[in-house]
Design a protein around this ligand. Structure first.
Ligand code: TYD
Ligand code: MG
Length: 376
């Protein structure tokens, strides 16, 4: 936390922003240097109840329920806390400004005032911001270029896992993710994310493929599942949960054209387990293998992990950070790893894991799926 910085934490309502910020405050607070939680959404007693549920000690933690920024700044000036949370920026307003709280003008001006206070007093200020359906915080980019750091808290509502992602950071890399689990006592850090995102059953299953992906700077094993079923009347449907829809269309087209899978009359559903969303192309081959596995009703090799980018010609392309992907596959006790073949590649420390290299999607499917596939 950089002194004087203004940090925006965005996320959908109910995702856990207030919970996370309260926990952060409590972790930083001590009796000599207070911290301040300014709540525009909940009363002091509501925040206190939440704090008690989180087992947060009240020592040095000052809660203030207020939406008038002038009053907030006056209070901060008296308390001089070492860390401030504003929950949320959309509830704050300035009297001398037209527009209701949450309007673009109000949100911008309130942010600027808080920014000014943070810089003058050299105190880090965190603000939460609700994200609208289209993913913007109070109007696209309205705040993102004012504040120093933008973080997003994400996760599927039905899953307990939450990811905190860097979007903008004036002081460091945005290439970091925090992975948390929401439980009885609020958010806790997930120590071994790979174990979490693999489904309970680790035996080979039709339509299910494990992929080492890189989230931020850490490798993570995730499971991609696919299901193909004959389409009824009308155009076949494609459903993508956790992956980019256009990527699914592209990979389906490549499978049809380059690996001779007749997918044109098939509905295809692809799912990333654990509610994760992955956008890197390194998962392409995993998606392709899962679809082929389901279509051919053919299991992947036992304890296999798969990665590689798929090109339009059906060729497999190298992906960044192969060493770290393979290391994670080794660490979690997999038996083999299917990956792109390269003319030159760094030596990989694959202790105990068989590396299976393929030049094309078709070759990869031949090598990575069990016998039944080859009869097709
Ligand atoms: P909250 O932090 O209020 O979300 P936001 O501020 O982003 O709107 O989180 C609300 C959700 O988190 C709510 O559905 C209940 C759940 N929750 C837990 O599961 N465990 C907890 O200890 C707490 C405090 C909340
Ligand atoms: Mg909240």
């Amino acid at each position: 936390m950089v002194p004087g910085s203004l940090v925006l934490i965005g996320g959908e309502p109910g995702i856990g922003k207030s919970t996370l910020l309260l926990q952060v405050l409590a972790a930083v607070a001590d009796s000599r240097k207070p911290v301040a939680y300014i709540s525009g959404e909940e009363s002091v007693s509501q925040v206190k109840l939440r704090a008690e549920r989180l087992d947060v000690s009240g020592e040095g933690l000052f809660i203030f329920s207020e939406t008038n920024v002038a009053a907030v700044l006056q209070y901060l000036q008296e308390l001089l806390p070492k860390l401030v949370v504003i929950d949320s920026i959309q509830t704050m307003y300035l009297e001398d400004l037209a527009g209701s709280p949450g309007s673009l003008g109000q949100v911008r001006e309130c942010t600027l005032r808080l920014m000014e206070w943070a810089k003058q007093n050299d105190v880090p200020v965190f603000m939460s911001g609700h994200v609208t359906k289209d993913g913007s915080i109070a109007g696209p980019g309205a705040l993102e270029h004012i504040v120093d750091v933008v973080l997003y808290l994400e996760g599927e509502p039905f899953s307990a896992y939450r990811m905190l992602r860097g979007m903008k950071n004036r002081f460091g890399s945005t290439n970091e993710v925090g992975i948390f689990e929401m439980g009885q006592k609020g958010l806790t850090a997930v120590e071994n994310p790979s174990l979490v995102f693999l489904s309970q059953c680790r035996d080979a299953a039709v339509g299910s493929v494990v992929v080492p992906t890189i989230e931020g700077s850490r490798p993570l094993l995730v499971e991609i599942q696919a299901l193909t079923t004959p389409a009824g009347l009308g155009p076949p449907r494609r459903i993508a949960n956790g992956i980019d829809f256009n990527r699914l269309l592209l990979i389906s087209a490549v499978l049809t054209k380059r690996a001779r899978l007749k997918l044109s009359n098939q509905d295809i559903i692809v799912n990333v387990t654990g509610g994760l969303r992955i956008s890197e192309p390194a998962i392409d081959l995993g998606i392709a293998s899962a679809i082929a596995s389901s279509f051919w009703d053919s299991e992947p090799l036992p304890r296999l992990a798969v990665f590689g980018e798929v090109g339009l010609n059906g060729e497999l392309r190298a992906v960044p950070q192969m060493e770290r992907r393979v290391a994670e596959v080794v660490r979690l006790g997999f038996r083999s790893c299917l990956m792109p073949r390269m003319s030159s590649r760094p030596p990989l420390d694959n202790a105990g894991v068989q590396l299976i290299e393929a030049g094309s999607v078709a070759e990869a499917l031949r090598l990575g799926l069990t016998e039944r596939a080859k009869r097709e």
